[in-house]
Each structure stands twice: as structure tokens, then as C-alpha cells.
Design a protein around this ligand. Structure first.
Ligand code: CTP
Ligand code: MG
Length: 252
């Protein structure tokens, strides 16, 4: 059985662009470097191609996966119109890219999985391009645990803050309806690692149901599996908001 990794990198990074003036603050410096390198106008650049310590975020994420020799190949899935990937990944061993991005993260992953033509019992790790800080120890822990347990699993971080529930969507001023006990709660990270056949089956079932999935594990849970939670790392957070670039640069 081989082990491969898929990196969905076909997103637009809309939240990372919010309230960001290209010439202002810490991002000004990053934007200026990108322009000097001829990568493109920063406001048009999806977050996975923004430079962190001189290298595109996607390149950091792929290199983090390549650090484990058990991963035979990294397959990066980008949007059909992507003009940056070849430059971002130049010279990396065991790495290929495909222009098979879909309208959602799940669609991108499904397309990349089908394109990879794997055996049902090959292992697949799915890792966000937006998590360049994945430490090698955490990656090793995930692979060790999954090979041992067989079901598959994901890196996750125990919740540190007190958790509040409100009515409706979070993110605006709202009244508390409950405090949710946090001792059994985890925040899901990536990589998430599953047998290829099971993952495709789960993603296709999810797609037919029309439910929006924000990670692979959720699709497997829906059809009755209990993926294994493996302690991840605070460094493995997802670069999502404008402030996250500066913070991630400190960790890299
Ligand atoms: N992704 C993808 N295809 C999509 C949407 C997202 O491959 N249609 C990828 C992103 O490139 C990213 C990962 O999924 O590596 C996690 O998604 P997220 O952090 O939400 O990135 P974006 O969708 O790009 O950001 P936003 O939601 O803020 O627009
Ligand atoms: Mg998104």
C-alpha cells in the first residue's frame, strides 16, 4: 500500500483579503516583495501564493509533507486558470500538480482523488495549502497512528478557550444561549489521512446529499466511521485572516 498526499490549493483566500490595503502595515512588506518578484498584483494573489519568509505558502505546505519519506508523492490541486503553481513548486521532488480545482474544497479533493487513480487500500493524506506550519513530529504521529488503527484520522487541537453558543451565525454581537463544556472538544486540523477507497465513497455520498463539508473526516463520520483524533500543533493553524500571515512567519 502506498501513501500519497493531496493538497487542495484552488481557493481564492477571500477572508485573507478582508480590510487589507496592499500598502499598509506588515502586509505592505509582503506585498512589495511579491511585486518585486513579479508574482502579480497582491490583491489578485490567492493566499496560498503569498510569500512567507520569501517562499510561497503553498511551497511551505508541500515541503512539510515531503519531510516524511513515507509519503511517496504530493499531488497539488489548483484552479483551471492558475498561473502561479509551476513557479511556486519549482524544483520540489515527488511533487505533481493538476488543474482540477472545483467550486468547493470537497469538490477539489474529490477531483484530485479520482485523478490520482489509487487502489482502494492506498492511504491518502489531505492537507490544506493554507497550513504551512505543519511540524514533522505531528505529521509522523498522524501517519503512525493511522497505520496502526486502520480507520484513518486527523490532527486536531484540544480547545483552550471557553466555548459559547449563540443563536444564528457567529461573528457579530450576539447573546449567549449556552456554555458548551470543552473537555471533549477538539479543533480539526489537517492532514487528514484515510484509505483512498473509503474517502472517495464518503465524499461522493456527501456530494449526493448536498451537505457542505469543511473537512474530509466529516464525510466519513456521516457514513458511520469514527476517525481517530491525533494531537496536532498550535503551529499548524490555518492562515485565514490578514493578521495570520505575520503570525505564521514567526513560526516558520
Ligand atoms: N480550497 C480548494 N478549492 C476550493 C476552496 C478551497 O482547494 N474551491 C482549498 C484552499 O486553497 C485551502 C484549503 O482548501 O488550501 C482550505 O480552505 P480555506 O482556508 O477556506 O481557503 P480559501 O477557500 O481559499 O479561503 P476563503 O474561504 O477565505 O476564501
Ligand atoms: Mg474557503
Amino acid at each position: 500500500k502506498k501513501i500519497i498526499a493531496i493538497v487542495p490549493a484552488a481557493g481564492m483566500g477571500e477572508r485573507a483579503r478582508m480590510n487589507t490595503a496592499p500598502a499598509a502595515g506588515a502586509h505592505g512588506a509582503v506585498a512589495a516583495v511579491e511585486l518585486a518578484a513579479g508574482v502579480g498584483a497582491p490583491e489578485a494573489l490567492p493566499k496560498q501564493y503569498r510569500l512567507l519568509k520569501g517562499e510561497p505558502m503553498l511551497r511551505w505546505a508541500v515541503k512539510a509533507l515531503l519531510a516524511d519519506p513515507r509519503i511517496e508523492q504530493v499531488r497539488v490541486a489548483v484552479a483551471a486558470h492558475d498561473g502561479w503553481v509551476a513557479r511556486a513548486l519549482v524544483g520540489l521532488p515527488r511533487t505533481v500538480w493538476r488543474f482540477c480545482g472545483g467550486p468547493s474544497r470537497a469538490a477539489t479533493v474529490t477531483a484530485a482523488l479520482i485523478d490520482a487513480q489509487l487502489q482502494a487500500d492506498d492511504w491518502v493524506l489531505v492537507h490544506d495549502a493554507a497550513r504551512p506550519g505543519l511540524p514533522p513530529e505531528a505529521l509522523g504521529r498522524l501517519i503512525d497512528a493511522c497505520l496502526q488503527h486502520g480507520t484513518g484520522g486527523l490532527l486536531a487541537q484540544p480547545v483552550a478557550d471557553t466555548v459559547k453558543q449563540s443563536m444564528g451565525q457567529s461573528g457579530t454581537v450576539a447573546a449567549v444561549t449556552a456554555t458548551v463544556p470543552r473537555d471533549a472538544l477538539w479543533l480539526a486540523q489537517t492532514p487528514q489521512m484515510f484509505p483512498a477507497g473509503r474517502l472517495i465513497q464518503a465524499l461522493q455520498a456527501a456530494e449526493e446529499s448536498g451537505i457542505t463539508m469543511t473537512d474530509e473526516a466529516q464525510a466519513l463520520e456521516r457514513i458511520g466511521y469514527h476517525p481517530c483524533l491525533i494531537p496536532g500543533s498550535v503551529r499548524n493553524f490555518k492562515v485565514t485572516w490578514p493578521e495570520d500571515f505575520e503570525l505564521m512567519e514567526k513560526w516558520l
